[in-house]
Design a protein around this ligand. Structure first.
Ligand code: NAD
Ligand code: IPM
Ligand code: K
Ligand code: MN
Length: 369
């Protein structure tokens, strides 16, 4: 039996609400499968600001480094809108990505059969959709220097952010995308705006060179980011793997989530480089945020958080069977017609966060042979 060290960071808003449903799933796995989780939990985001005056403590970053994997919820709370930039709740996730070198954020947009008609797009456009967005997460305009707000001599102010990508940063994330494509439909679409940005031009060059050198067997295409947003709505099934920078990846993945029915459905894995001892830092989280507009009402969809835990089992713990079971259980529950408010449609049964979590565990029970 293996014991895995798991750091759980629920965060703010609906973060703790949906994390409670993961706890149910983890408890079920410990009971029924040969797995023991050594779970440690801590505060991040607004919850940490309230308790410790910082969005994340150094101690928590150290715990994240030592864990076999990190399961993250969501951070952000309008209550802290007035604090300085370095003290916002969101710093927690940005810092974890940076400090652990988590550069490749895998955001799979997959349509469950039962939800083909939950999308705001026509079912025939999204049915069977399975795309993987690989978003770079430690570079680009999120972290480029110079940055800040300056006051000019005449009193006018200006806000500055800088898009920067180095060849090494581009190459390592492209490598992740090509490797993933080889296990999927063998096709990568690289997305930038090389028509207006030098960083985009370099991005395209580096991806093209790497492809020619090492991945000529994979089909590679290039697309401008604005066109990509349009193509994702026009004909999303043309894509297999999309690889793109930090900001475009953030926006395109929220867009892609609606193809699957809801932002509450999309999980993610953020991976770092494999260390010399074979360990690979990794953090798992839904792509959605703390959803202050619905927090505290017990109606959030826990599926993105539960599927993120499934990705954790698959990518960090090598538990393919258990990861498959979680996906099957989610699929089965959706087939029975249970729906949280965000994926509700006519004729279906509307349930809250906890009933959805319980139903997923019940389906796991049925799958267990
Ligand atoms: P959001 O993702 O929190 O919510 C956007 C919309 O989607 C809201 O209407 C919300 O109710 C809905 N939604 C999101 N998750 C849902 C779920 N599981 N079930 C049902 N509905 C769901 O984005 P926002 O409102 O722009 O941001 C709120 C806060 O979250 C901000 O502080 C933002 O910075 C933060 N945020 C954090 C993360 C993260 O922790 N990685 C990600 C995105 C946003
Ligand atoms: C995400 C979020 C974060 C991002 C914010 C909260 C810093 O939107 O994880 O998608 O922009 O990366
Ligand atoms: K999140
Ligand atoms: Mn986002």
């Amino acid at each position: 039996m293996s014991i895995k060290k798991l750091l759980v960071l629920p965060g703010d808003g609906i973060g703790p609400e949906v994390m409670r449903e993961v706890a149910r799933v983890a408890a079920w796995l410990s009971r029924r499968r040969d797995i023991t989780f050594d779970i440690s939990e801590d505060l991040v985001g607004g919850a940490s600001l309230a308790e410790y005056g910082v969005p994340i403590r150094e101690e928590v970053i150290q715990k994240a480094r030592e864990a076999d994997a990190v399961l993250f919820g969501s951070v952000g709370d309008p209550k802290w809108a007035h604090v300085g930039f370095d003290k916002r709740p969101e710093v927690a996730i940005l810092k974890l990505r940076q400090e652990l070198g988590l550069f490749a954020n895998l955001r799979p947009a997959k349509v469950f059969d039962a939800l083909a008609d939950a999308s705001t797009l026509k079912p025939e456009i999204v049915r069977g959709l399975d795309i993987m967005i690989v978003r770079e997460t430690v570079g680009g305009i999120y972290f480029g220097e110079p940055r800040g707000i300056e006051t000019l001599r005449d009193g006018e102010r200006r806000g500055i952010n800088t898009e920067v990508y180095t060849t090494r940063e581009i190459e390592r994330v492209a490598r992740v995308a090509f490797d993933l494509a080889r296990k999927r439909q063998n096709s990568v679409c690289s997305v930038e705006k090389c028509n207006v940005m030098e960083s985009g031009l370099l991005w395209k060059e580096v991806v093209t060179d790497l492809h020619a050198r090492e991945y000529a067997d994979v089909t590679l295409s290039h697309m401008l980011a604005d066109n990509c947003a349009m193509q994702l709505v026009r004909n999303p099934r043309q894509f297999d793997v999309i690889v793109t920078g930090n900001l475009f990846g953030d926006i395109l993945s929220d867009l892609a989530s609606m193809l699957t029915g809801s932002l509450g459905m999309l999980p993610s894995a953020t991976l770092g480089a494999v260390h010399s001892d074979g360990r690979r830092p990794a953090l798992y989280e839904p792509i959605h945020g703390s959803a202050p507009d619905i927090a505290g009402r017990g109606i959030a969809n826990p599926i993105a958080q539960i599927l993120s835990f499934g990705m954790l089992l698959r990518y960090s713990f090598g538990m393919q069977t258990e990861a498959d079971m979680i996906e099957s259980a989610v699929s089965a529950v959706l087939a029975t017609g249970l729906r949280t408010a965000d994926i509700m449609s006519e004729g279906m049964a509307r349930v809250g966060t906890d009933v959805m979590g319980e139903a997923i565990v019940r389906e796991l029970d049925k799958l267990q042979v």
